[in-house]
Each structure stands twice: as structure tokens, then as C-alpha cells.
Write a protein that binds this ligand. Structure first.
Ligand code: URA
Length: 195
């Protein structure tokens, strides 16, 4: 089965998920969007209001900023894949609970296994903590790390501040843009090391 078919099937299964109470309080499941052949998988936290309405991740203000940063490195949304650790909007946009992240993990794991990105870019603390627990985002943002993840194997991660957090904070915004601009070099390095 092609990657596209696998992802379509997975998305259909995700849309019928009722594993936790979040599904009852949201409009729809937001599985993810993008290129199934993507080298880069961006992983955010959870859908917000706009994402819940449209069914696509990162379509609100934070998404607009993400699009702008992608443009800086000459990429479009269609070149990458974008998903979240939690696929349903938490009430009032509260932080996802550890139980919700754990319950949704198998969906994300399946997405990663199909896409097999060269680089996973975590957006914000909640996404970082899923893969790189025991780290502080202020210490590891802008650093690429190769890690062995249970059920996944070796994977390169790159931690960024969340675009929503950086949107109205001048210095964090500057840092995020700087970190973001390093992505092409990181990808090039991963490819070099693969040869
Ligand atoms: N913030 C996220 O973490 N994910 C989205 O999809 C939108 C905003």
C-alpha cells in the first residue's frame, strides 16, 4: 500500500476515535496535513479553535506565523507534514493532560512510522516532552538531537519554541526565527551522515 493510502486509512480510523473525553467536547478530529513524502514532520501541541472548525492543524495566528517561517526557508506547507501530539481540541484551549497525550500517542506513532521523516521538529514544550522528557525547552531549543525512541528507533529531533508563544514576545520570536532558519542545514547534515 502506498504511503498516501496508509495515511488516508489511518486518518479515517483517527476520525472515529473515542478513546478519551476530548472527542466529546470538540467539533472534529484534526489528524494532520501535508506531504506524505515529507522529510520534515512538524509536531505541535493540540488543535485550537480555528483548527477544530476547519479540521486542519496550524491554520490560526500561530499557523500563519509557521507559514511565514516556512517561506523564509523556501518551503511551503505542502512540502512538509504538520500534526499535533493531541488530535482533538482541549476545552478552552487548556494544556493537554498527560493521560490525553498518552492516549493519543499511538496515532502519532503510526503517523511517524508511515512518513518516516528525516527530522521531527517539535513545536513547544508539550511536543518536546513527548520525545525528550527531562529536558528544558530553554536549554535545548535550536539543537538537533538523535535519540532512540521506544517503538520508533533512532530519530533526529529539533526543538523549537511554539509559534503561538513567540508570536507576541519579541525576543522569543527572534530566537524562534533564528532556530527555524537552521533547519535546511540540519537536513543537509542528516543526509550527509546517511551517505
Ligand atoms: N497550536 C498547536 O499546537 N497546534 C495547532 O494545530 C494549532 C495551534
Amino acid at each position: 500500500m502506498s504511503k498516501q493510502d496508509q495515511l488516508n486509512k489511518l486518518n479515517e480510523r483517527m476520525k472515529n476515535c473515542n478513546r478519551c473525553a476530548l472527542r466529546k467536547g470538540c467539533t472534529q478530529v484534526v489528524p494532520g496535513v501535508g506531504n506524505f513524502e515529507a522529510e520534515i514532520l512538524f509536531i505541535g501541541e493540540a488543535p485550537g479553535k480555528k483548527e477544530d472548525e476547519t479540521g486542519a492543524p496550524f491554520v490560526g495566528a500561530a499557523g500563519k506565523f509557521l507559514n511565514e517561517m516556512l517561506e523564509i526557508i523556501k518551503l511551503k506547507r505542502e512540502d512538509v507534514y504538520i500534526a499535533n501530539v493531541v488530535k482533538c481540541r482541549p476545552p478552552e484551549n487548556r494544556d493537554p493532560l498527560p493521560f490525553e497525550v498518552a492516549t493519543c500517542w499511538t496515532w502519532l506513532l503510526e503517523q511517524i512510522k508511515i512518513i518516516r521523516p528525516k527530522l521531527i521538529v517539535t513545536l513547544g514544550r508539550h511536543s518536546m516532552e513527548r520525545f525528550l522528557p527531562n529536558f528544558k525547552i530553554s536549554e535545548i531549543h535550536g539543537k538537533a538531537m538523535r535519540r532512540e525512541i521506544e517503538d520508533l528507533g533512532k530519530q533526529v529531533f529539533y526543538t523549537l519554541y511554539h509559534p503561538a508563544a513567540a508570536l507576541y514576545n519579541g525576543s522569543m520570536r527572534e530566537t524562534l526565527i533564528k532556530d527555524f532558519q537552521r533547519i535546511p542545514k540540519i537536513i543537509a547534515k542528516i543526509k550527509m551522515e546517511e551517505k
